[in-house]
Design a protein around this ligand. Sequence first.
Ligand code: PEP
Ligand code: MN
Length: 337
Amino acid sequence: MIIVMSPGATQEDLAKVTRKLERVGLKAHLSTGEERTIVGVIGDKKTIANLEMNMMSGVEKTVRITEKYKLVSREFHPEDSVIDVAGVPVGGKRLVVMAGPCSVESIEQLREAARAVKDGGAQFLRGGAFKPRTSPYDFQGLAEDGLKMLRQVADEFGLKVVTEIVDKDDIDLVGEYADLYQVGARNMQNFQLLKALGKVKKPVMLKRGLSATISEWLNAAEYIAAGGNEQIIFCERGIRTYETFTRNTLDLSAVAAVKELSHLPVIVDPSHGTGRWQMVQPMARGAVAVGADGLIIEVHPHPEIALSDGDQSLKPGKFNAVMQELREIAAVMGRTI
Ligand code: PEP
Ligand code: MN
């Protein structure tokens, strides 16, 4: 349930509402907008069902929420949230771009990639140190050595670090080097990991599961938020369909859907979303036009010898050209890059 306070409600009205909720063991989650405050009610379903708040002073109306996710919903928080990632706002007027290789392979590879990422005007260096590969015989990542390289090279170029976490036991380790935790598609419903990330103070980028519905995706985010960490960024990265020409089917309509249902930022990954470098630029165009808050793009100095995802990685020159064009599209959308 949400309680919409009237514009003229006083602090005392609000305090009374909160006290009443707390008395019956419910939690109040306040969202203070410019005009009015919205109180999200969290707790036991039956207690909420029996709650009568409409008669209280300062209460304009109460709205029953049918969806299970609450903290991440726009009903709870009507205004867009801007997530601060180590000083970079995500979800504001300026689009955020994260780019870099699929896997961290060596310091030289990472430096070449980071140079391209920086020259193109992106703010984040991406790179996997723990790789969730389909085959156990494929390159699994450099683990902590890879994390160290990421931090070192990102600092050399003035970039932030986003990298994947695959195991809740690695939260402290990854957090030492990363500015933003990435939860990969394969772990979108790893509830132990999500709960553990709910306890950290760093933002989390939650990629959409391989065949997750939008509701499942939002509920996965709710696990993180319910633990106390509401700094969440969604990332649409394509879903499994019957199509085989592309690696995944990039669901750009999900951006519009999540924007409608949630206040949190959404970015798009056209690299994993298509699996083909030729399609990264057209889909990136679409992502900006549909209202995404940013992009995550795989860039490799030598895609032909990449240890993972070479087929979908852009070379530095191409990445630069994509960024230049995106700037123009962003301007049409009233945004900057
Ligand atoms: C990645 O970003 O390198 C990755 C493995 O992505 P996803 O989890 O979307 O497959
Ligand atoms: Mn990849």
